[in-house]
Design a protein around this ligand. Structure first.
Ligand SMILES: Cc1ncc(C[n+]2csc(CCOP(=O)(O)OP(=O)(O)O)c2C)c(N)n1
Length: 376
């Protein structure tokens, strides 16, 4: 097979606001208030701690699987920050920060990751396939890209019902090569729905570099072909993310259509706990991107505004660490879902075949143990 050639780099740098030293033009400070800078940084602190601890838990055999978002928090949390809590967010799988911003209880997140009997989906989904209806988070689905037509459909319904809700969907740059991306973007343009699509261009789709995903100059440029606005932004610059997203949300809410945003960022960690990035990228590259770490940049900005100090961060870290430990201890006490619950929710009223299958399965289990069914 012929080697893929790298696509040409964009002529212009992506849209950004923060300077390297954390400063910005005075008129841009108002994009995010002092209070909100602190709240977002605090959420990033939590996100980082969770990524480290949950990955460790997986290594200890206490979680089956996990995916970190280190390095992409400004795009993820910044986008969620711009929405109302009634606006749904159609996640890919790497956007834990949206749940944290919406204050989904940590216990519910851990129960999902563990797949225990308190998990809202009763352990029937892989870890990180979150679904939190009450927080506007529809279920993550494994085939990448399905969330894009889902968001488009929701936005179309919102338009018909005049409910004023805006749908936000995330995907990676690899997923932007899927047919579902085209379907969603084309329909969104044709029906002018209130949807926002954020491509987290984090450099890699597992081991496939972004340079071989397209021959186009940028992914944002694709918006032209769908007749919608498309912007390429520095996804590690919280202020740039908020500026672009807020504008897109306002337009969508006012009936002025969908937007495509390509946020340039970098996955600092592995694709998942089943991946080893040293097999396909250099330490030097990751090192270079860590100098543009969005958390460090927002922290510098907050300090420049006189808002953040080592003491504040230490207090935030200690408080979250304790809360995580306490909550995890509690969640790990819950047993797995009962084996017989596998057959619940298949049909509203189980038919005779399902009952027969369930009984046969439970008979099989009884040959293995004499525990009562509820404890299987
Ligand atoms: C339809 C489909 N094809 C392949 C996969 C396997 N897969 C899971 S994640 C992934 C990479 C996606 O990369 P990208 O969209 O860039 O997102 P990122 O993981 O970088 O956030 C692939 C290929 C899948 N889940 N679904």
């Amino acid at each position: 097979m012929a080697a893929a050639t790298a696509r040409p780099r964009p002529a212009a740098p992506p849209f950004g606001i923060l300077n390297d030293d954390g400063s910005c033009a005075d008129e841009h400070k108002a994009i995010v208030s002092d209070d909100d800078v602190e709240r977002i940084l605090d959420t990033m602190v939590l996100n980082r701690i969770l990524d480290r601890r949950l990955q460790m838990l997986q290594r200890q055999g206490r979680l089956g699987f996990y995916m970190t978002s280190r390095g992409e928090e400004a795009t993820i949390i910044g986008a969620a920050f711009c929405l109302e809590t009634t606006d749904p967010i159609f996640l890919s799988y790497r956007e834990l920060g949206c749940l944290l911003w919406r204050r989904v209880p940590l216990a519910l997140v851990f129960n999902q990751l563990i797949g225990n009997s308190r998990d809202l989906c009763l352990g029937r989904q892989m870890p990180v396939h979150y679904a939190f209806r009450d927080w506007g988070i529809p279920s993550v689905s494994s085939p990448v890209g399905t969330q894009l037509p889902h968001a488009c459909g929701f936005a179309y319904a919102s338009k018909i019902r005049r409910s004023g809700e805006v749908a936000l969907a995330f995907c990676g740059e690899g997923t932007a090569s899927q047919g579902d991306f085209h379907t969603a973007l084309n329909f969104s343009g044709a029906f002018w729905v209130p949807a926002i699509y954020v491509i987290r261009n984090n450099g890699y789709a597992i081991s496939t570099p972004e340079s071989v995903q397209t021959a186009a100059e940028s992914l944002a440029a694709r918006a032209d072909g769908y007749g919608l606005p498309g912007y390429q932004i520095d996804g590690n610059d919280l202020l740039a993310v908020v500026f672009a997203l807020r504008d897109a949300v306002e337009r969508a809410r006012a009936g002025r259509g969908p937007t495509l945003i390509e946020a340039l960022t970098y996955r600092l960690g592995a694709h998942s706990t089943a991946d080893d990035p040293t097999a396909y990228r250099s330490d030097a590259e990751a090192e270079e991107w860590s100098r543009m770490d969005p958390f460090e940049r927002l922290r510098r900005h907050a300090r420049w505004r006189g808002l953040w100090s080592d003491e504040v961060e230490q207090a935030s870290t200690q408080a979250w660490e304790k809360r995580i430990t306490d909550t995890l201890t509690e969640c790990e006490r819950h047993p797995p879902p009962a084996v017989e619950s596998l057959f619940d929710d298949v049909l509203e009223a189980p038919g005779p075949q399902l009952v027969e299958q369930r009984d046969a399965y439970l008979r099989y289990w009884r040959t293995k143990t004499d525990k009562p069914v509820s404890e299987l």
